[in-house]
Design a protein around this ligand. Structure first.
Ligand SMILES: [Cu+2]
Length: 232
C-alpha cells in the first residue's frame, strides 16, 4: 500500500495535476499488478523438473528463492549467484525449461554448449545454466533413483538419462552431446506427480552431470535438465 507523507498529502490536495505523485502511485499499482500476473501465470504454467538430484535452476530456487538478493550467495554458491544475476525468471520458472515441437530430434535442435538451457529456450532466460563452474553437486551412490516431479501431470512418453564420461570436468568444460553416455531409457509413464528411474553410473567417480530428457505426453513438449552430482 502507498503511504503518503504530510508534504505529499498537501501536494495532492493543493496541486490537482501533480503528475509526479500520481506517477508514483500508478507505478506502485503497476508493479503490484505485474507481480500478481506473474504469480498467476506461474501457477497456470506449472510443468516440472528433476528434483532429485535437483536440476541447476531448481536447486538454486530451493536454496535461495527466499533470499536471492543475499550477497553471501556470491561466495557460498557462485553459480547460483551468477544465474540469479543473469535472470531471476530462470529460477522462478524452474519448472518451465522445455521446448515444443522438437519431434524427438533433441541432438539436432540443441547445440553443443547449450544443453543445460535446452538450446536457450525462451531466449536468454536459462542461458546462465550452461556456464561451466562450481555448481553445487549432491552426493549419490553409483546406483541411485532419479526423480522427475511433474506438477502439471503431463505424463511421460519416455525419460532418457545420460551421464558425462569419466574425465569430463563440469567446472571448466561446456557440456556437449559428445560428453554424454546414455545410461537409462524408459517407456511411458501415466500422468502422476513424480516419475522415477533407476540410474547405474557404472564405475564413474567424482563430479558429473546427469542429463535428463523428459518427453511429456500431453503434447510434443520436451524438457532438458542438468543435474550436478558427485559419485561416491
Ligand atoms: Cu508443461
Amino acid at each position: 500500500m502507498v503511504v503518503l507523507n504530510e508534504e505529499e498529502r498537501v501536494a495532492l490536495i493543493s496541486v490537482p495535476a501533480n503528475k509526479r505523485l500520481l506517477g508514483r502511485v500508478f507505478a506502485v499499482f503497476a508493479v503490484a499488478a505485474g507481480l500478481m500476473a506473474s504469480l498467476l501465470t506461474g501457477i497456470a504454467d506449472a510443468h516440472g523438473s528433476t528434483t532429485d538430484p535437483p536440476s541447476r535452476n531448481y536447486g538454486c530456487w530451493q536454496r535461495w528463492g527466499s533470499d536471492f538478493q543475499n550477497p553471501a550467495m556470491a561466495q557460498q554458491d557462485p553459480m547460483c549467484w551468477q544465474a540469479w544475476q543473469a535472470d531471476t525468471n530462470a529460477m522462478w520458472n524452474w519448472n518451465g525449461l522445455y521446448r515444443e515441437g522438437v519431434a524427438g530430434n533433441h541432438q539436432g535442435v540443441i547445440p553443443n554448449g547449450q544443453l543445460c538451457s535446452g538450446g536457450r529456450t525462451g531466449g536468454m532466460r536459462y542461458a546462465a545454466l550452461d556456464n561451466p563452474g562450481p555448481w553445487r553437486a549432491v552426493t549419490k551412490p553409483r546406483q541411485f533413483t532419479l526423480t522427475v516431479t511433474d506438477q502439471a501431470r503431463h505424463g511421460a512418453d519416455y525419460l532418457r538419462v545420460y551421464v558425462t564420461r569419466q574425465g569430463f570436468d563440469p567446472t571448466t568444460q561446456q557440456l556437449g552431446w559428445g560428453n554424454l553416455e546414455l545410461v537409462a531409457s524408459t517407456g511411458r509413464y501415466a500422468p502422476a506427480g513424480q516419475y522415477q528411474v533407476g540410474v547405474n553410473a557404472g564405475s564413474r567417480t567424482g563430479r558429473h552431470i546427469v542429463y535428463v530428457i523428459w518427453q511429456a505426453s500431453h503434447s510434443d513438449q520436451s524438457y532438458y535438465f542438468c543435474n550436478d552430482v558427485v559419485f561416491q
